[in-house]
Every structure is written in structure tokens, then in C-alpha cells.
Design a protein around this ligand. Structure first.
Ligand code: ZN
Length: 437
């Protein structure tokens, strides 16, 4: 049940893991706000000389400290340093090289003391990586990986970030994901190796109750006679339509009642697909060979059969058999039409193209991109209030930056340029929505 949906589970959360992910948030807050009162108290009591991420449980830990420490391993797995001036990051032991596995230096200390910090690898005169020093301390792969990290100058401090999202912030959701992966690795829990089959099920355009029904069908856990009577022998294990033993396979394919109904059904191949296998095999073979529309109709038909079986068993009701395929069809059609209506929401009109800035303002257009040579380029065009071209500038920068970062740098360059020309009011334009936000 706790496996992700695409691995045949229901995507429910494991409470233990979820709890650790929640505690991870508390620990993350302590890491990000070391000056908060609680962070200072804990530091004074438990980790005077180390960071909270290196702290140990210590002698007679309190309940709070023990709880927080239970998330330390999780947080340590996912944090990475973003290098600013490199003063707070240790070369060996901290995770700071995004392109290396594990993100840390894989070799033993050489050339510099063990406790050396990253700033010692930077040439103070040029503010660039000291390549000869890097080459004397690390392997070639590591040198290459380090030299790709952009240096952000002396004023910027190093920041700690969560490795898996753009904002670099830990969320309980991400923490839980990380925990599940680690748990699986540790315990050798793997999915059913049937990912694509389950993925297909969860992507079908049928009502959620039908998908859930099909999941139980595929796992063969529908409460048929055989399953219920195992737990409660007072219940019979007989099929309500023909008095044979009611297994899932019987009810949906061998029973005369079901086969009479399915014979009128448009997906003619659906019986042949079962062969002599289990319901899972049947579903798998349908999912592999039928197109989406047929698969969806078939799922809804099975769901309808199950609904009819229950109505008959518990209320004694029975629809005329020829009505079931017809109802199946209309049920699905209704659902799709409804879905379609929901989809056709008028989208706001986005006007493209450049517009003249409003009264008196100059316009600063910026853009950035990665050149085929691997270099990164920034560009700025400045126009005055009458939309007349005034200035333009472009420059290449070294290092491997993310697209948001280069767009932000281009905007910074635009603002600086406008400032240099003493432009009073500007309208800043860029095509990068996330930076603007
Ligand atoms: Zn039967």
C-alpha cells in the first residue's frame, strides 16, 4: 500500500517515514535559522563545537533533541552547499560539488590540511579557481567538476540548500521522497517490476473509483466469495449467479452470467486476452494490446459487473443483462463529456511582442543563453521613453550556471547599465518568469 502508485501500491504514506520527514522540517529550520532562540539553546547544550548536521546524540539527550536527531541522516543526504565565498564550507566532508556523485570530494585529503575550507582553493587576486592548486590536490574529474562551479565573489556568503528543487528549500514532501528511496535501498524493497502496467492504469481517463476498483482487481483482492469466506466461514464462497466457487477469475470471465454480458460488449477480444492467467495477467495483456479507449471501456464494464454483482447479492436487484453494456457506454460517455467541459476554461490572453514603455520610462530588455561552445552569454538592450534605441551590451561569462541564474545575471547587468547612464525610471523586461516572480 505504501509503494508509489506506479509500482503497484496505493501511494499511501508510511507513517514512520512521514514523521521523520516532518521532523526534517524542524531540523531544516534550525539549519537555516541558526540565530533563533531554540537553535542557540540546542547548540549550547548539544553541539557547541560542531554544526547541527555533524552533531551527535550526546549524553542523556532530551526527547526533543532525540526527535530532531532522528532526521539528521535524512537531511544530510539531501543538503548541498552553494558556494559564495567558500569560507564556511569544508573541502573534505561537506557536499558542495553538484556534478559529482554524492556531491563531495571522493578522494582523501592531499596538499591541504583536512579541515581546509573551499575559499583556500580560490586565487584571491583574480577571484577565480586556483587551477594549479586544484590540480595538485585532486583527480582530473574532480578538478573539472570544481572548475565548473561559478564563483560569486567575496561578498556573497555560502548558503546551504536542499538538492532536489530549484528554490533549494526542504519540504516535507521532498523529505518523504528521499526517505522512501533510502528505505528501499536499505531494505531491498523493489516494486513489482510492473511499473508501466500500473502507470497505465493510473493514467486512464475513467472515474477515480473505477481506477481504484481496477487496482484491487489487478492485485486480486476484491472481496469475492473465496476471499470473504476465508476470513468468515459463515459466508458462503458461492457465486450469486451460478453457485460455483466465486473467485475473481470466475466472476469476471468464467461465469455464464458475465460471459453472456461481455459477448454483447464491443471490446470483443477481452476474453481471449485472459488466456489461463490471473486477473493481473489479464489486465496486463489488455493494457499492452488494447488502445486506450477500449481499455477504458473494458475497465468500466468490469466495474459495472462488480456493482451489479453487489446489488444482486445484497439487495436482490438484477438489471436485464442486455442493459449493462449500454449503461457502461453511457456512463463513460457522460464522464468524458463532463471532463471535457471542465477542461474548456477560457485561458487568459497573453499578448506577445514588445510594447512601448509607459510614460517617461525607459525600457531595459534582457536575455541570456548558453552558447554552443558551452559559454554563457548575457545581453541587454535599452530603449528610451520614445522607444528609440539607446544602448546595448553583451558579454560572456565563465562557469556552469542554471538558466534562471543567467537570466537573473542579465537583469542585474541591465539594471547596472541603466544606473550608469543615469536613467531615472526603467521598465525591466525578461522572458524568464520565475526570475521575475
Ligand atoms: Zn457464476
Amino acid at each position: 500500500m505504501v509503494s508509489p502508485k506506479e509500482e503497484g501500491g496505493m501511494g499511501f504514506q508510511d507513517l514512520r517515514g512521514f514523521n521523520i520527514a516532518l521532523l526534517g522540517k524542524q531540523l531544516w529550520n534550525l539549519v537555516k535559522c541558526p540565530d533563533s532562540l531554540i537553535a542557540r539553546i540546542l547548540k549550547a547544550k548539544y553541539h557547541k563545537r560542531s554544526s547541527i548536521l555533524d552533531a551527535s546524540m550526546g549524553y542523556r539527550p532530551s526527547f526533543v533533541w532525540r526527535s530532531i536527531m532522528s532526521a539528521q541522516e535524512l537531511i544530510n543526504k539531501g543538503v548541498r552547499w552553494r558556494i559564495g565565498n567558500g569560507v564556511n564550507v569544508r573541502i573534505w566532508g561537506d557536499r558542495w560539488i553538484p556534478t559529482l556523485p554524492g556531491q563531495f570530494v571522493p578522494t582523501a585529503p592531499m596538499g591541504l590540511p583536512v579541515e581546509a575550507n573551499v575559499c583556500e582553493l580560490v586565487d584571491p587576486d583574480t577571484n577565480q579557481w586556483d587551477i594549479p592548486l586544484l590540480e595538485s590536490c585532486f583527480t582530473r574529474d574532480t578538478v573539472e567538476a570544481i572548475s565548473q562551479i561559478p564563483l560569486r565573489g567575496n561578498e556573497e556568503v555560502d548558503t546551504i540548500m536542499w538538492h532536489n528543487n530549484k528554490e533549494g528549500n526542504y519540504s516535507v514532501r521532498e523529505g518523504y521522497k528521499e526517505w522512501s528511496c533510502a528505505f528501499k535501498e536499505q531494505h531491498g524493497v523493489v516494486g513489482f517490476g510492473e511499473e508501466s502496467v500500473w502507470k497505465k492504469l493510473w493514467s486512464l481517463q475513467v472515474p477515480p473509483k473505477v481506477r481504484q476498483f481496477m487496482w484491487r482487481f489487478g492485485r486480486e483482492i476484491l472481496p469475492t466469495g473465496v476471499i470473504v469466506s476465508e476470513r468468515n466461514p459463515r459466508w458462503g464462497d458461492r457465486c450469486p449467479f451460478c453457485d460455483q466457487v466465486e473467485t475473481q477469475v470466475h466472476l469476471f470471465s468464467e461465469c455464464q452470467w458475465a460471459s453472456r454480458i461481455c459477448r454483447q460488449f464491443e471490446v470483443v477480444g477481452c476474453f481471449a486476452r485472459r488466456g489461463s492467467g490471473s486477473c493481473y495477467e489479464w489486465f496486463k495483456s489488455m493494457a499492452e494490446s488494447e488502445d486506450e479507449a477500449s481499455l477504458e471501456s473494458w475497465c468500466v464494464l468490469l466495474w459495472y459487473l462488480w456493482k451489479e454483482r453487489n446489488a444482486h447479492m445484497f439487495n436482490g436487484a438484477k438489471l436485464p443483462e442486455e442493459e449493462i453494456p449500454v449503461r457502461t457506454k453511457y456512463f463513460l460517455m457522460d464522464y468524458k463529456q463532463h471532463q471535457h467541459r471542465e477542461e474548456v476554461i477560457p485561458t487568459p490572453v497573453v499578448r506577445n511582442g514588445w510594447r512601448k514603455p509607459t510614460m517617461g520610462r525607459w525600457s531595459v530588455c534582457t536575455d541570456a543563453g548558453v552558447l554552443p561552445t558551452g559559454d554563457t552569454g548575457l545581453g541587454v538592450v535599452i530603449r528610451d521613453a520614445d522607444a528609440k534605441f539607446k544602448y546595448a551590451a553583451a558579454k560572456n561569462i565563465a562557469g556552469k550556471w542554471s538558466s534562471e541564474e543567467v537570466e537573473a545575471l542579465a537583469m542585474e547587468m541591465g539594471v547596472q547599465l541603466a544606473y550608469q547612464f543615469q536613467v531615472q525610471e526603467v521598465m525591466l523586461e525578461s522572458d524568464c518568469l520565475s526570475v521575475i516572480k
